[in-house]
Design a protein around this ligand. Structure first.
Ligand SMILES: [Zn+2]
Length: 251
């Protein structure tokens, strides 16, 4: 298991909760020593253009520091996906998040769709044909759903059950989807935790989700699996939640 991270993700690039001071530190603290950290390169314009329109990219580029950090986050998802396709699980510990970024618009603390940029790159390079995207963030990833709607390149699942057992069952059902897939990409948002905005999941549930992803990936797609950080705003439990997820996801 590799963790893809760059010191620039510590920067407070906006005033929103995803960019808050101390947020990345809480996770780095929990993962350091346990996992190898690797640095990403920024996504290229070509990488971004596989998902986003040029007007949208130009709009984000007007804010140079934000553009740089958003491009680096997309590059982090790419790096995690490339490690996963080679057979080792990986996690993109990145921000800003991406799942609310559509081809021509964005909201909800997102700018470029990190997971979609990574999946499209693997497809463009002939490394995969189709991805299963499991998004367990509290919020529906409208951006990811828009990018892949009717494309045949990815099936997008966002479990929304109101109880813990039903939520975990929904994750299982998503992974059992009859459509074949070559990799599992996880939009890993931790804001559905009982001490975060969603007030539902326990830390152990992230371990269970990680394990489910691993087991299905081993059966269905040669173990290829990676996660990318989305939401999660309670710094006091974020580190434990990410660590338990990776313990489930890893070998
Ligand atoms: Zn969220």
């Amino acid at each position: 298991m590799k963790v893809v991270f760059h010191d620039r993700f510590y920067e407070e690039y906006t005033a929103d909760p995803a960019a808050a001071r101390g947020r990345m530190e809480s996770m780095v603290e929990a993962l350091k020593g346990q996992y190898d950290f690797v640095e990403p390169e920024p996504a290229t314009e070509t990488d971004l253009e596989r998902v986003h329109g040029q007007a949208h990219i130009r709009q984000i580029r007007k804010d140079a520091p934000l553009y740089d950090i958003a491009r680096l986050a997309a590059g982090g998802a790419i790096r995690a996906a490339e490690i996963a396709v080679e057979g080792e699980p990986a996690f993109g510990l990145v921000r800003p998040p991406g799942h609310h970024a559509s081809p021509d618009s964005c909201w909800g603390f997102c700018y470029f769709n990190n997971v979609a940029v990574a999946v499209r790159k693997l497809i463009a390079e002939g490394k995969i044909e189709r991805a299963l995207v499991l998004d367990f963030d509290l919020h529906y990833g409208d951006g990811t759903a828009h990018v892949f709607a009717d494309s045949g390149e990815a099936v997008y699942f966002h479990p929304e059950a109101a109880t813990r057992p039903a939520f975990l069952q929904e994750v299982e059902r998503a992974l059992q989807c009859p459509t074949p897939y070559d990799i599992v990409a996880v939009s890993a948002g931790f804001d559905r935790h009982r001490q975060d905005w969603g007030d539902l999941l326990a830390t152990e549930d992230y371990f269970a989700i990680g394990q489910s992803v691993k087991e299905h990936a081993l059966r269905r797609c040669r173990g290829r699996r990676f996660g990318v950080l989305e939401g999660g705003y309670n710094h006091s439990i974020l580190g434990d939640n990410v660590r338990r997820f990776l313990e489930g996801l890893g070998d």
